[in-house]
Design a protein around this ligand. Structure first.
Ligand code: NAP
Length: 335
């Protein structure tokens, strides 16, 4: 079986570490592998029992890889991905740099893996917040035509990277009396432990946050549905991992409750909880490969339902989605 030369840029980060773990769990055919970080501080990561030193990336070294996973920053993706993909290297990017670029496919394999092709080797993965909705309601959208989505998000702290998690644990230590001194808010403007705030990303002039905008634009692109009306309130909550979403969804075509349940159950990548009291939570969704859908119910409005969705931001929202894209690339080579 062919094994691939892999490079991981951002291997020492939250998503990077999950990616390495998922290569092992899903038996991805990794041959040689090289690990990269900012190069500003020494970092080591483990893969298949071996310790690797991370170093600063450079184009010449990256060109030796067949697949490069970008789990670092927008700037890094901008600096290397176009040149590498032109040179024939598959680039799978988890940053937001190329998501809305019209020549870059934005891929969730359960939805649009057909967009992966050899001619365009730079592929973007989506924002981690919209993934539970994009996957969880894709079957409903195909069958009944979703025309309106209203959404409140409950976003985990790991969605903002390692420094955000460090901030939350530092605050918890302080509140529980295990730490003294002044708190440093490094990732957020407000404390996050025992708190929440309706801000994810910076606000635009219209008062819409960066995250709210991303969810709207990327969902339209992934579903290829530019006319859907989408409104979002993105909220950061003191949960370690897994983003949760409370959604109101209106379709063009009518359905019965049973038909809706059957459609959601049959959607790829979804685990459906039928009993209201068996709802999904961040803890029962973390490290699962599926997004979870629960609390499905009709509203009083024609063709509208409400639903609760959860998805692991570090798995399906980032690292798992990237590995699944890579698995599709492998499948196409074999076909
Ligand atoms: N966290 C999520 O839930 C999530 C979900 C979807 C997408 N994403 C995207 O995935 C990417 C990684 O997120 P994360 O949460 O893993 O962030 P993180 O925990 O802050 O890790 C960032 C990683 O990038 C490396 N890095 C920073 N600057 C670099 C540079 N100039 N050159 C090479 N490597 C550099 C860091 O290395 P050092 O160790 O040297 O700092 C670290 O390994 C981001 O683009 C993020 O938007 C994240």
């Amino acid at each position: 079986m062919k094994k691939y030369k892999i490079a991981v840029i951002g291997a020492s980060g939250m998503v990077g570490r999950e990616l390495l773990d998922l290569f092992e769990k899903r038996k991805f055919p990794v041959g040689d592998i090289e690990m990269f970080n900012s190069g500003k501080k020494p970092s080591r990561v483990k893969f298949r029992g071996k310790t690797y030193r991370c170093r600063k990336p450079d184009l010449k070294t990256l060109k030796r890889a067949e697949m490069v996973f970008f789990v670092s920053t927008n700037e890094t993706a901008r600096k290397y991905a176009p040149a590498l993909s032109k040179a024939g290297v598959w680039c799978i990017d988890d940053s937001s740099e190329f998501r809305m670029d019209k020549n870059t496919p934005l891929v969730i394999p359960e939805i649009n893996s057909a967009l992966i092709n050899r001619e365009n080797r730079l592929i973007a993965g989506p924002n981690c917040t919209l993934t539970p909705l994009a996957v969880g309601c894709f079957g409903v959208h195909k069958k009944y035509g979703i025309e309106e989505v209203r959404l409140s998000t409950y976003q985990a702290v790991s969605g903002a990277g390692r420094t955000a998690i460090e901030q939350m644990f530092e605050e918890l230590g302080y509140y529980l009396g295990k730490k003294r001194g002044r708190l440093k808010n490094r990732a957020f403007r407000h404390p996050i432990a025992f708190n929440l705030f309706p801000q994810v990303g910076d606000f635009g002039r219209d008062g819409v946050s960066g995250e709210e905008k991303k969810v709207e634009l990327e969902l339209k692109k992934i579903w290829n549905a530019p006319k859907i009306k989408i409104s979002v309130t993105a909220v950061r909550v003191p949960v370690v991992r897994v983003h949760s979403l409370s959604a109101w969804i209106k379709t063009r075509k009518p359905w019965t409750f049973r038909e809706l349940e059957k459609t959601i159950t049959a959607t790829g990548g979804v685990k459906y909880f039928a009993k209201p009291e068996d709802y999904s939570t961040p803890l029962n969704t973390q490290k699962t490969f599926e997004v979870t859908v629960s609390r499905l119910r009709k509203t009083g409005i024609k063709n509208e339902f409400q639903v609760w969705l959860c998805g692991d931001n570090l798995y399906k929202g980032a690292a798992l989605n990237s590995v699944q894209i890579a698995e599709e690339i492998v499948k196409r080579r074999k076909a």
